[in-house]
Design a binder for this molecule. Structure first.
Ligand SMILES: *[C@@H]1O[C@H](CO)[C@@H](O)[C@H](O)[C@H]1NC(C)=O
Ligand SMILES: *[C@@H]1O[C@H](CO)[C@@H](O)[C@H](O)[C@H]1NC(C)=O
Ligand SMILES: *[C@@H]1O[C@H](CO)[C@@H](O)[C@H](O)[C@H]1NC(C)=O
Ligand SMILES: *[C@@H]1O[C@H](CO)[C@@H](O)[C@H](O)[C@H]1NC(C)=O
Ligand SMILES: *[C@@H]1O[C@H](CO)[C@@H](O)[C@H](O)[C@H]1NC(C)=O
Ligand SMILES: *[C@@H]1O[C@H](CO)[C@@H](O)[C@H](O)[C@H]1NC(C)=O
Length: 762
């Protein structure tokens, strides 16, 4: 008893001290700041996001107010120079660089004209050099600024929706949001969308540390480039290898990019999956020859991957459409010095295609994934799917010069040869690794950089981490390492560690097309967003539109409902996510909010020895009660599968890799486990945008009676919401359940604690 009281006294004092020492840094993060770092000693880091329309192949003059900033279209000529197209002239020529020794924010060009930072023009946003189109920007940048904070800091991001018609919400991908479920940024699940003209302050504690990203969680806005990297630096890092960590210059986002607005693309796709309209996407319907139909591309395992025709791909916002010659392109250049070891952070921010990532002349030593440090593993390729992150170390042991960095799709060209190895299509994003001993390459020199991809031979096969299938046919000489072989460096702390045998197990089958209708579902259910956010106005929803993930749909064609999985407090939860059944299979990239799960097992289907093609689903699972029908897996959509042999042993130890985003291979399954120690409504979704939009998502309703920190009342309505950070901190520390208005002040709490202590001692 006395112990408790003494403790509460100490807590009270600590609150006072911490509040006295609070330092809020208002981080300067405008259109010119592509990476913005918060000082290590700040307690609170505040960033401003202005979400607004912007154009590719354009640069902006952001003399205040930059939001209305005038811009000019630019293109690159044959000699690699940026040319202002007609109607330009808003920006002066010249490259303004920061003048050293001058007062902060003064930038000068070669001819000595100096200007304040906020009167400058952005770099041209060239993207793939081909498409002039509108996109959704954060502070007129593409990608949005890289935010760099430190583990444990309070991050407060004021998001201003300066769009005219669309609601937005920003998800902090991979951040656990402990006690702040309502800051997870899932529009209609954890908050009202931020309405046009409105603002919302996200506040959360930066945890865990590592490589993350932020992105819109409304509709397909993420694919319209409403995203950026979020780096949480470790407090201290214990790693067997030492390295240089400079996330401002060594963060690599990779993505696929399209000519159309993603929403238009999705709407088009919905009717044009190939059965109804026999024309390639975006062709005028003049020739109705069905043989012109766009054929979906497939990977080395013959599984569908390119249901959206590939257009181009970008590395950190820059790339080159195949129609654009090198000299007229503008690629991302990553600078390094020789004889060093660098940490690079790779993030897949795309929507459809997985990539094979490699750097010519270098091997990649994988050191972390999704925020967890892993035992170093040297590979030639990292396979990365949408939403995943891999940090790798790069030894710069080559001689000075330039080396290609490539992110290539898995699409094959089966046309030429009867047997494997088939050729990959040449669909890729390119960037340049540049050793600083020579001049930074300009675009006329790009074409002269030689291509030296990893040499994969029978004697020394290449290694690829995280292939979306079990293995390549032997003729490719590429060995796949599955993600469950990766081991953590630090054991998982015991309070986060699930038990080895689960308290509950959920099976979730991710199905593709059903009855020739596009139905990307989980256990036959297409997700329907609730009418009111669950965190703030749960009871306003019509519960009859909710369904349990295990329930059966009335119709054989599946059903559309708000799928919910109800989990109790402090349980060991096992999820078995599968892609089995006869219907058209695809690989999925699944993201779980609010948790990092241990990946216990990745299992695969049955592949042909002749050509490496996927033949059928894994026989470990069955779709029937009795489990004896060997063919049934290949005969239906398999809602609610189960293990054919119920005592299938799956082991777990505290070094098993933890991730928040992982690939579920077509025809196979993944077993993950976690402890339900974070009460809230957590979204679970496929990150392949097309499948997500069709309905492949659901909500984990986790121990919601244990939610101690309720969202403030003001969040119930779709009003502008800028919460005072001190109120937030108090609510976080005390779990008051009432929000900001009714909160007693810190000193009042201290007083109560002290009085209580006194009373008992007396
Ligand atoms: C941006 O516009 C302002 C105001 O029109 C002008 O003074 C300034 O020179 C422009 N900046 C550049 C780099 O051209
Ligand atoms: C953008 O939104 C913010 C917050 O609502 C507002 O203060 C600002 O005036 C808006 N800017 C423009 C250009 O509309
Ligand atoms: C495959 O690629 C190789 C090397 O680029 C080329 O020589 C060959 O013609 C290609 N085969 C087919 C069938 O396209
Ligand atoms: C590229 O290589 C070609 C042939 O080797 C050479 O003629 C040309 O000058 C080089 N261009 C540049 C910009 O280095
Ligand atoms: C959760 O359950 C484990 C046993 O499975 C127990 O050791 C632990 O104390 C529990 N944690 C809480 C917070 O109740
Ligand atoms: C794999 O597929 C082949 C061909 O359909 C079949 O004969 C074989 O039994 C399957 N193997 C397994 C383990 O399912």
């Amino acid at each position: 008893m006395t112990m408790y009281l003494l403790l509460s006294l100490v807590v009270g004092v600590a609150q006072l001290v911490s509040s006295a020492a609070d330092v809020t840094e208002f981080v300067d993060c405008g259109p010119l700041d592509t990476a913005c770092e918060c000082a290590e000693d700040a307690t609170v880091c505040n960033f401003q996001f202005y979400v607004e329309y912007a154009f590719t192949l354009t640069r902006y003059n952001f003399s205040l107010p930059y939001l209305e900033g005038q811009g000019e279209h630019v293109y690159i000529d044959e000699t690699g120079n940026f040319i202002v197209s007609q109607g330009g002239g808003k920006c002066m020529d010249g490259n303004f660089v920061k003048k050293t020794g001058e007062s902060d924010g003064l930038y000068c060009n070669e001819v000595g004209v100096c200007m304040e930072k906020n009167k400058l023009c952005t770099e041209p946003i060239t993207v793939d050099g081909n498409v002039l189109k509108m996109f959704l920007s954060v502070n007129k940048q593409f990608p949005g600024p890289t935010l760099i904070v430190h583990e444990g800091q309070i991050v407060a991001v004021d998001v201003h929706n300066n769009l005219s018609t669309e609601g937005i919400s920003i998800h902090w991908h991979g951040q656990h949001q402990i006690k702040t479920n309502f800051m997870d940024g899932v529009g209609l699940v954890t908050q009202c969308p931020i309405l046009p003209g409105s603002s919302f302050r996200y506040i959360f504690r930066a945890s865990p540390s590592g490589t993350f990203w932020y992105h819109s969680q409304m509709g397909s806005q993420r694919g319209n480039s409403l995203f950026g990297a979020l780096i949480v630096k470790e407090k201290e890092i214990k790693y067997p290898v030492s390295f240089i960590d400079n996330p401002a210059s060594h963060t690599i986002t990779v993505m696929d990019w399209y000519r159309q607005d993603p929403e238009e693309f999705f709407q088009h796709k919905k009717i044009a999956v190939g059965w109804l309209i026999g024309l390639p996407p975006f062709t005028a319907p003049s020739d109705l020859n069905p043989s012109l139909g766009y054929s979906i591309t497939r990977g080395p395992d013959n599984v569908n991957i390119g249901t959206n025709a590939f257009w181009s791909a970008l590395i950190h916002g820059k790339g080159r459409h195949s129609d654009v010659p090198y000299q007229r392109s503008n690629l991302r250049v990553y600078e390094v010095e020789p004889s060093q070891t660098y940490r690079f952070r790779l993030i897949h921010t795309g929507t459809m295609y997985a990539f094979r990532f490699s750097i010519d002349g270098h091997r990649l030593k994988v050191m972390a994934t999704d925020g967890y440090l892993v035992e170093p593993m040297e590979v030639d390729y990292i396979a990365i799917h949408t939403g995943e992150r891999y940090d790798f170390l790069l030894d710069t042991k080559q001689s000075n010069g330039n080396y290609w960095m490539k992110a290539e799709t898995f699409e094959m060209n089966f046309g030429g040869s009867a047997n494997p190895p088939y050729n990959f299509t040449d669909h890729k994003a390119e960037a340049i690794l540049h050793y600083t001993g020579t001049n930074k390459p300009r675009s006329p020199e790009y074409a002269n950089i030689s291509s030296t991809p990893p040499e994969c031979t029978q004697e020394s096969p290449c290694k690829m981490l995280n292939c979306p299938f079990e293995k390549f046919h032997p003729s490719y000489n590429i060995e796949c390492i599955s993600i469950d072989k990766v081991r953590l460096v630090e054991p998982t702390p015991s309070d986060e560690m699930p038990d080895e045998s689960p308290d509950v197990t959920y099976f979730m089958n991710l199905a593709g097309y059903v009855h020739k209708e596009a139905v990307s579902s989980i256990n036959d259910k297409l997700f329907r967003f609730p009418s009111y956010p669950l965190t703030t106005r749960y009871e306003k929803n019509d519960e009859s539109s909710f369904c349990d993930v295990n329930s059966e749909c009335e119709s054989k064609k599946g059903c559309k409902c708000t799928t919910v999985m109800d989990i109790g407090d402090n349980m060991t939860v096992r999820l078995v996510l599968s892609g089995v059944g006869r219907e058209r299979k695809s690989t999925h990239s699944i993201h779980i909010h609010g948790h990092s799960v241990h990946i216990l097992k990745v299992a695969y289907g049955n592949y042909s020895r002749n050509n490496g093609f996927l033949l059928g689903s894994s026989r470990d699972l069955t779709c029937t009660e009795d489990g004896d029908d060997m063919d049934v897996l290949d005969d239906n959509r398999c809602p609610n599968p189960r293990f054919r042999f119920p005592n299938t042993k799956i082991s777990l130890d505290k070094f098993a890799v933890r991730k928040d985003t992982f690939i579920v291979p077509a025809g196979g399954y993944v077993v993950v486990q976690f402890r339900s120690n974070n009460p809230g409504y957590w979204f679970l979704q496929c990150l392949v945008d097309l499948y997500f939009r069709e309905g492949m998502s659901m909500i984990m309703k986790e121990a919601v009676d244990k939610i101690s920190n309720k969202p403030p009342e003001e969040m119930e309505y779709c009003d502008p919401f800028i919460w005072d950070v001190n109120d937030f901190m108090q609510s976080l520390e005390n779990g008051n359940g009432c929000g900001s208005i009714t909160m007693p002040s810190i000193s009042a709490i201290l007083l109560i604690h002290s009085v209580m202590a006194l009373v008992i001692v007396l």
